[in-house]
Design a protein around this ligand. Structure first.
Ligand code: UD1
Length: 311
């Protein structure tokens, strides 16, 4: 019987968590609807028990949670522009799915749920770095949906005693991130294009910045959140990032070096709903989890480019 459940196991972050758990010899179940997850991402995860299904269907959640002790809830429609185009579908796959999962987790006697939160909940507030005491100010339907999920987790801790932890991810990148959709993360898109010799487009002047976080740091934070004592972490939310901001222009320069791309980027109108700067204060995750980012931006990007080259 699986001890761990990973939702969104065919997605970028889910498959990365599952892979590390399996390498440790853990019994893992994965669930994915393949709305954005890819069957190809399951390669190498053959030891995982896999369930195809949509968490918006309560019976799928019940089946997924049966016998499980710890859930890593990574399933979501992870895109700001997609939520702007279709808020109801984002709500279904982020909010309904999370509530159904929590209900099923409680009924199945799951001990702890770790949730993929998002830096987007901070919105366009001038304060930098973003710290967890700040009042959330979500700007996009995606950010609202991710924040609603956080509140549901905390409510389930308060009223039912389910252990929950929210990790607010900041712009995660790395191997297995889908580069092929216009809803993809910017670094995945740029890697694919620049390796193919195609010109990438920067929306705005390229001086917007992000706390780009390499996947290995995010996986590590999840494992720490699973192992931390409940009295320290249950009902808490915290940033998971590197604590360093990189502009898109700078990211383009580093990628030019790593990919050998010789051209200039194209510049286009800023994207609606975008925020200008995003940078995390990571002290809470350090204090509560002992989290320290192991891989910095440049090294993460080097590994990512190598992976896209090889795949
Ligand atoms: C946001 C959230 C993040 C969430 C992610 C899911 C913030 C700070 N972060 O990331 O928590 O997990 O959505 O999608 O709100 N860009 C280009 N060219 C492209 C693609 C993007 O210039 O081809 C620009 C965007 O306009 C933006 C930046 O790159 O300024 C980053 O975009 P993206 O990678 O989509 O992530 P965020 O919207 O920052």
């Amino acid at each position: 019987m699986a001890k761990y459940l990973v939702t969104g196991a065919a997605g970028f972050i889910g498959r990365s968590i599952a892979s590390v758990l399996l390498a440790r010899g853990e019994a893992v179940r994965g669930v994915d609807s393949f709305i954005t997850g890819k069957r190809a991402n399951l390669a190498g995860l053959e030891a995982m028990e896999f369930l195809e299904g949509d968490l918006a269907d309560p019976p799928v959640c019940a089946q997924a949670c049966a016998g499980v002790e710890i859930v890593f809830h990574q399933a979501a429609l992870a895109s700001v522009p997609r939520s702007v185009a279709d808020p109801a579908t984002t709500n279904r796959n982020c909010v309904d799915a999370t509530v159904n999962l929590l209900v099923a987790a409680r009924a199945a006697g799951v001990r702890r749920v770790i949730y993929a939160g998002s830096s987007s909940v901070y919105g366009e507030t001038p304060t930098l770095p973003k710290h967890e005491e700040m009042l959330p100010s979500p700007m996009s339907p995606y950010a609202v949906a991710k924040l609603a999920g956080e509140h549901y987790l905390r409510a389930f801790t308060r009223v039912y005693g389910l252990e929950t932890v929210t990790l607010r991810y900041f712009n995660v990148f790395g191997p297995y991130q889908d580069p092929a959709s216009h809803y993809s993360g910017v670094l995945a898109i740029f890697c694919r294009k620049m390796l193919a010799g195609e010109q990438p487009t920067i929306y705005g002047d390229g001086e917007q910045s992000r706390d780009f976080t390499f996947i290995q740091n995010v996986v590590e934070a999840n494992l720490l959140a699973a192992a931390a004592p409940a009295e320290k972490v249950s009902g808490q939310m915290m940033n998971v990032a590197t604590g360093a901001a990189v502009t898109l222009n700078r990211a383009f320069d580093v990628l030019s070096e790593l990919t050998g791309y010789r051209g200039k980027p194209a510049y286009a109108e800023p994207r609606p709903g975008d925020i200008r700067h995003s940078l995390a204060d990571i002290r809470r995750a350090q204090a509560l989890l002992g989290y320290m980012p192991q891989v910095d931006f440049r090294e993460g990007l080097r590994r990512t480019v190598e992976w896209y080259k090889a795949s």
